[in-house]
Design a protein around this ligand. Structure first.
Ligand code: NAD
Length: 419
């Protein structure tokens, strides 16, 4: 709606400016007030596209016309997909819950925790209704909460299967942290439960929503490196027995495995998403110090090689006793790329190597956590498949079991169908 105001109707200051701008007595340029999207904002020219100079702006507060809509505008809260977070540990509280502030399609709707005080304090901080705070015994009542569409399982690995299956029985979709589960059999049961419930299962592989990794995948799979011949990836950190989040990681029955299950899975994923292929053969070695109390049950350092059908090879590692390391390289017949750090929560870096020199690529950082939650939200709303479904998580658990087998038995393992 556009309003034409004669100068007589303008407030004094606006009128003064108008008269100054137009020349006293000369009403050659009518002043047009645009009321699109709020209070009127002065525009010169009357055609809507005129240039406004500083002199023409009114002195009082006015609203500007609505800017062009963003490509992906945020949805109103009532239209977003509601998430229940199960397990309020280090990762949930430090990364996932704060990331709802950056999401456009997802909203925090419920919390599930064994510690009610912590859950209520978190609920107050993030505006979750007290009635939507559950513990592990009352969890199944989430079925009656229409505000919850997705259950996001952020528990120790051994509990992923149970809470995923219970969430499906409650009629909810599931986002499940990596690794999907401890065993291939559990992964199969989770997929089957989702199929039976007619609900989606997504494994939270955040790197697929991390802009530097996304750009690297686009380059590697789009042919910019020529034929990808070699992928290397290393992930390591110090396992800290004083950190409660690391204590269950020393317990095989809760963690499923050691450094491989926890962070080696990023190296494995990298080899698979950079080549876009599935390995056909694995050769692995493992070293675990016998005198270190952290490694009574789980392994420390693992290295493994994988061969892919195209002829590409991968050289991967994980360790719980090296300095913080998260890097990926993909080397092709024409060029190569390096991500270092590759899988940080933020601040990852991408470099292109060509002709012996390396160029730093500028990539806009964006929350990978908000990205993955919004990806599932959109898949639910539009009934589309997710990019990392249960089958993707199952494949990693299956390959990690073969990596252990190869290391244990000291021989190559063929990745046969149906294993
Ligand atoms: P954490 O120990 O900080 O959190 C685990 C939560 O589960 C805690 O709140 C704990 O109280 C609760 N819990 C319930 N039953 C438990 C039990 N029997 N033993 C121990 N804890 C129990 O661990 P975290 O680092 O937040 O990891 C949780 C999950 O998230 C794991 O599956 C891990 O692999 C995954 N994770 C993913 C990323 C990622 O980048 N995608 C990063 C960190 C962790």
């Amino acid at each position: 709606m556009r309003l034409m105001l004669p100068p007589a109707l303008l407030p004094d200051t606006g009128r003064r400016r108008f008269l100054r701008g137009a020349g006293v007595g000369a009403l050659a340029t009518p002043l047009v007030l645009s009321s699109i999207g709020g209070p009127a904002f002065a525009q010169e020219g009357g055609g809507g596209g005129g240039v406004v100079t500083g002199r023409d702006l009114p002195d009082r507060a006015v609203g500007r016309p609505q800017p062009q809509a963003e490509k992906e505008p945020p949805l109103p809260p009532g239209e977003r997909v509601g998430y229940a977070i199960v397990g309020l540990g280090k990762f949930a509280l430090g990364q996932i819950i704060p990331a709802f502030a950056e999401s456009k399609r997802s909203r925090l709707a419920a919390l599930v925790s064994g510690n009610r005080d912590k859950a209520l304090a978190t609920a107050r901080q993030y505006g979750v209704d007290e009635a939507s705070v559950y513990d592990y015994q009352t969890f199944d009542r989430i079925a009656d909460n229409p505000a919850v569409d997705v259950v996001y399982v952020i528990l120790p690995n051994a509990l992923h299967a149970e809470y995923t299956i219970r969430a499906f029985q409650a009629g909810k979709h599931v986002m499940c942290e990596k690794p999907m589960a401890n065993t291939v059999e559990e992964c199969r049961q989770m997929i089957e439960a989702g199929r039976k419930a007619g609900r989606k299962l997504m494994v939270a592989y955040r790197a697929h929503h991390e802009p530097h990794n996304m750009e690297a995948i686009r380059m590697a799979r789009g042919g910019e490196l020529g034929q990808v011949k070699l992928v290397t990836s290393d992930h390591g950190r110090h396992l800290d027995p004083k950190d409660p989040a690391d204590q269950w990681r020393m317990d095989k029955s809760l963690a499923g495995g050691g450094s491989l299950y926890d962070i080696g899975i990023y190296s494995l994923q990298a080899a698979r998403y950079m080549t876009g292929e599935e390995p056909v053969e694995i050769r692995a070695m493992m070293h675990t110090p016998q005198d270190d109390p952290r490694f009574k049950e789980v392994e420390d350092t693992v290295t493994w090689q994988m061969a892919f059908p195209s002829g590409a090879l991968a050289l991967c590692s994980s360790s719980y006793s090296i300095d913080d390391t998260k890097r990926i390289t993909a080397l092709g017949s024409k060029a190569g790329l390096r991500l270092d750090p590759a899988t940080n929560y933020e601040g990852n870096q991408l470099y292109l190597r060509r002709g012996g020199s390396e160029t730093h690529m500028k990539v806009q950082d964006k929350s990978q956590f908000a990205g993955e939650m919004d990806h599932l939200a959109q898949a639910i709303k539009e009934n589309k498949p997710v990019n990392t479904p249960g089958e993707e998580g199952l494949q990693d658990v299956r390959l990690m079991q073969m990596i252990y087998e190869s290391a244990r038995e000291g021989r190559p393992v063929k990745v046969a169908e149906g294993r």
